[in-house]
Ligand binder design. Structure first.
Ligand SMILES: [Zn+2]
Ligand SMILES: [Zn+2]
Length: 134
């Protein structure tokens, strides 16, 4: 699908647009994404021909590349929110789904690295749900 997306970090210091098509949308459950996200998984869109434009705050970005892996995390220096980055090895822009302000109803392509998933990421259909804080 071809589209234009906009996004920002939690504190609002950084804003961007992505124009281009999204080929895949992976929920990554590897141990590195668990550490980086503080949660069960990262959720990233991959855009091979995408153009990433920073509207503001580009100088407020920090990028961490984990040694000897492709694992990269770009984030706002003020609030720590995950933000997009260009991953040259796969010639794609990687966009954290949670950073989008645009409505996004893309269906995830796959859950990956499920062999490394958190032990507690299981039987979630039986977990109580609340629309707000219970
Ligand atoms: Zn921020
Ligand atoms: Zn991962």
């Amino acid at each position: 699908m071809s589209n234009e997306f906009s996004g920002s970090c939690l504190c609002g210091e950084v804003k961007y647009t992505l124009s281009g098509s999204v080929q895949s949308f992976f929920l990554c459950h590897c141990t590195r994404c668990q550490k980086g996200s503080g949660s069960s998984n990262a959720a990233n869109l991959f855009s091979r021909q995408g153009t990433l434009s920073w509207l503001k705050g580009e100088d407020n970005l920090t990028t961490y590349r984990h040694p000897n892996t492709l694992h990269t995390r770009c984030f706002c220096r003020t609030c720590g929110s995950a933000l997009p980055y260009y991953l040259s090895s796969i010639e794609s822009v990687v966009v954290p789904a949670g950073s989008l302000d645009s409505y996004c109803d893309l269906i995830p392509t796959a859950k990956i690295f499920m062999a490394e998933r958190a032990a507690w990421f299981t039987k979630l259909n039986n977990v109580a749900c609340f629309d707000t804080l219970p």
